[in-house]
Design a binder for this molecule. Sequence first.
Ligand code: UD1
Length: 435
Amino acid sequence: MTSDIAAGAAGPRLVVCGGRRLGGQVVVSGAKNSALKLMAASLLAPGTSVLHNVPDIQDVRTMQEVLEYLGAVVEFVDGTMAVDTTAVQSHVAPYELVQRMRASIQIMGPLVARFGHARVAMPGGCNLGPRKIDIHLRGLAEMGAVVRSDHGFVEVTAPKLRAVDLFLDYPSVGATENLLMAAVLAEGTTTLENVAREPEIVDLCKFLISMGADIDGAGSSTIRVNGVKEMRQAEHTVLGDRIEAGTFLIAGAATGGEVEVAGISPHVLDLFLSKLRSVGVQVHESPHSIRVSGELGSYRAVDVATLPYPGFPTDLQAQMMVLLSLAEGVSVVTENVFENRFGFVDELIRLGAEIRVDGNHAVVSGGRSFTGAIVRCPDLRAGAALAIAGLAAEGSTELRDVHHIDRGYERFEEKLRAVGADVQRLAAADGGRCG
Ligand code: UD1
């Protein structure tokens, strides 16, 4: 425990001086969860594919390293990334990279489809619990691949994948993406049923179609893929990040401010926005932006259950819990997607929340106010949630282990400062408190 704290203190920290109402506009970046898969998909074609609106975040930099490890040449300037796969020779994703970022396993489908071979370190568990890849592997095996595991790696070999009808056990986002990317070059028509319907899947399908794939049904639970002989390089703009948008909207509401997020269609956040309205937040939708405003003291409790899209996103559960802590009454939050996603609750309690966790339910007793403290970010979205709690808190909150936030939010504190937050990033040695 002591060493954990020492480690957190050693890295950069964010110091948040709370109690200010946020106001203004935030332009959302490209979606992390789309950009990473589009980068993997570029492996399907020889030549150079170009992606625009790519967020400059640590996970994207890690995926860049994965592609470079395989032999691709990647240029990333001002949000535009060019991936040249001409010299790809290796088909291996090493442990160091997969362990740093689980989404590295998304190279499996494209590599097997184009080169007939992939060897990828098994991702193992993470802070959100044991995250299996059985659905990815079973699908590839049914498509005719030989799947073996040894020495902590999974090896997938298939001189030519064949089309099949697959019914996924669960609409896993990652499995849907890996199997889609495998199916585009398989022989015949693949039908994938019970697939994930997330907007990022639709974005991936759009990119695959512009690369020459023949896909029908993206965004529904059944996708049909007519295999093609080869894919070609393409150009695509990554869609806006709905989780980043949701995070800033909650930050606005939790400080009793007025915040607009631009670069996002409201329909990708339908259920989330309806929950904000039920809490008592005013929500105004425009075709490409969303604005919220609210009065602290007027919010009421609401129950929330996470589910695959179009359900409430698990990636906004922690942030929502902060808002519910400020709302009058008792809310029940049920986490249905990941086994272990309440790891941040103890940190939130240190700031003043009253939450009891029982299995996959969290009972949030609202009407609380936060006071600043030192907290550590246990994972990416929990880190953002703790930052929001800090913004709503009286006094100074010091966030440690902010490398988690840097994995997925582009210029996080800069965007917060632009809407009036008092947030500073401190190097390890610096001290800092609110004046
Ligand atoms: C993606 C997102 C993540 C988001 C999640 C759910 C990326 C990089 N990450 O993660 O931010 O929280 O979707 O919206 O896009 N499962 C199995 N077997 C499998 C695959 C998954 O049991 O083969 C289980 C997982 O353990 C988990 C659940 O299914 O409990 C959801 O996982 P999945 O939808 O695959 O999420 P990811 O693609 O890992």
